[in-house]
Ligand binder design. Sequence first.
Ligand SMILES: C[C@](O)(CO)[C@H](O)COP(=O)(O)OP(=O)(O)OC[C@H]1O[C@@H](n2ccc(N)nc2=O)[C@H](O)[C@@H]1O
Ligand SMILES: Nc1ncnc2c1ncn2[C@@H]1O[C@H](COP(=O)(O)OP(=O)(O)OP(=O)(O)O)[C@@H](O)[C@H]1O
Length: 297
Amino acid sequence: MQMLAPAKINLSLDVLGRRDDGYHQVSMVMQTIALFDRVHVEEVSRSGVFLSGGSSEAPPDRSNLVYRAAALVLARAGRTGGVAIDLVKNIPVAAGLAGGSSDAAITIKLMNRLLGLGWSLAEMEALAAELGSDVPFLIRGGTALASGRGEQLTALPAAPTFWLVVVKPPFGASTPRVYQALGAPPYPGGQHREGATAKVMAALAAGSYGALIAAVGNDLEQVTIGWHQELQELKEALVRHGCDRALMSGSGPTILGFTEHEDVARQAAQAIEQSAYWSGYGVWVAKTLTEQEGNEG
Ligand SMILES: C[C@](O)(CO)[C@H](O)COP(=O)(O)OP(=O)(O)OC[C@H]1O[C@@H](n2ccc(N)nc2=O)[C@H](O)[C@@H]1O
Ligand SMILES: Nc1ncnc2c1ncn2[C@@H]1O[C@H](COP(=O)(O)OP(=O)(O)OP(=O)(O)O)[C@@H](O)[C@H]1O
C-alpha cells in the first residue's frame, strides 16, 4: 500500500508571540503543493519497523520521522506486529517545505488503513501533533488555517489553483534557530500590525488570486533573508522572470515564485536553472493541491 506525501507552503505566517514551552504562537495559512515524496508500507511477520530508502540527509534510521511515526502508531494501537516501509524522497530536506512532516503524516494514514485501525482524521491529527507542529495539517492537506503552535486547524475555502516556482538554495535552515533568532515581540513591522493571515483569509473567501498574491507574507523571512542576502536577490529574479510575487516558505530557505500560468512558471524555472549565478540551486514547478486531490495522491 502506498501514498504520495505532498510538500506544504505557507501562504502566510504571522508570529504572534513567544510561549513558555519554547514554541511561538503562530497564525498561518497552509497549502499543499504537487511536489511529492512517496511512502510504501506493508505488514511483515517480524515485529518492529523496517525502513528503507530515504536519502543521505534523511537516512532510513530511527531519527527518521517515518520511523518515529510508524513506531508511535504501533505503540498506540497496541500492535506487536511489524511493518516494512520504503521512503522515496523528492522534497528537499530542511527546506521549509515540511517534507519530513508530510512523510510522517502519510505514514500514519497508511498504517491506519493497512492495519484497519479505524482512526478518524481528528484522531490521526492528535497523534500527528506528537511528532511536530506541521504534521497535523498534512493529515488532510489542501488549504487550512493553523494556529496555536501550528497544530490547531480550521478548514478554509480552497485556494484558487495557481503555480509555484520552488527554488531551494544549496544550504538548509534550522527551524528552531530561525524561531530563536526572531525572539520575543515586538517584531519589526509593529506588534499590532495587521498580519498577512487576515488578508490571505479575506482573499480566499473572495476566491481572488490577485488579492491572494498581494496578501501573502511570512514573518520568518526577515530572519533567514537577513542571514542570506542572496535570497532577496532570488526573490527579485523570480519576479523579473515573470512571477507575480515571491515569498520564502516556512522557516526557509526555499523561495517560491507565484503565477497563475504554468508556462510562466516553467519559463521562470528554466531561467533560474540555466543561470550560472544560481548554480547549485534546485528548481521545481508545482501547482497547488486541494484536499481532495491530496487524498487521491
Ligand atoms: C516553520 C513552520 O514549518 C511553518 O509551517 C512551522 O512553524 C515549524 O513546524 P515544525 O518544523 O513541525 O516544528 P516542530 O518540529 O514542532 O518544532 C521545531 C522547533 O521549532 C520551534 N518552533 C516551532 C513551531 C512553533 N510554532 N514555534 C517554534 O518556536 C521550536 O524551537 C521547536 O522546538
Ligand atoms: N523523512 C524525513 N524527511 C526529511 N527530513 C527528515 C525526515 N525524517 C527526519 N528528518 C530530519 O528533519 C529535519 C527537517 O526536515 P524537513 O525536510 O521536514 O524540514 P523543513 O522542510 O524545514 O520543514 P518545516 O517547514 O516543517 O520547517 C531534517 O534536517 C532531517 O534531519
